[in-house]
Unconditional design. Sequence first.
Length: 279
Amino acid sequence: MQYVPHMSQPLKAARTPRTNRTNSSGAGGNGTRRATAQRLAMRRKLAAAAMELFATQGYEATTVDEIAARAGVARRTFFRHFRSKEEAIFPDHDDTLVRAADVLDAAPPHEHPLDTVCRGIKEVMRMYAASPAVSVERYHLTREVPALREREIASVARYERLFTRYLLGHFDEGAHHDGDDDPLLAEVAASAVVTAHNHVLRRWLRAGGVGDVEAQLDHAFDIVRQAFGTGIGAGRPLPGRPAATVSAKSGEEDVVVMVARTDAPLDEVMRTIERALKR
């Protein structure tokens, strides 16, 4: 589904958190990437040990020392990677948050910010889809253990804050006035994107991690775009993209007027005209 985005406020540079990021360019790039891969491998090893023990002997009965021993490392190694045992079954969230933020930072200037956010949250879905069996097992654990469920909710809230800040970064919230609902729409849209992701993810996990979850996510995002894609900003086109069409009556004829930037992609312009003529 294609849609025509608008912005009612000038674009501003949106700043996103850059925690845990390193410069991988230059001579030290390979070393940095290798260290990152080793760190993530150890976090996943500890997570696998934790999930195995939680499943066999219960969450409350499992200690950090037992998790470390099952993974073949010392207790201090565990605490270099995780602050608590409930945090241990979510080894990828920190790195995924950074990748999602990188997508936002590298967004092309012509892209509608809602499209950018949808691309960013796909990094989260890919994290789960990379290991379906592990994700399904973790899903069942979080349903059974309140502490794990609370940890999962806290992780989801981090993504939602990231995407909300990004969308709000494209609007001058201080200039809010009657009739300008863009800041409100930006915040609600961010919540809608996260909700759509979570709905698709839960449905996929309940089905045993079977099916094309990215295609399901794309469909959910189409629904979000229908609700918010043309609602955020009603007066100005985003640079590089066409503006909305406006229909009016002229005698017995319907007249369709469209304004587009000269650098707007032709296929976007034609699709916009086609949709207007079908109304």
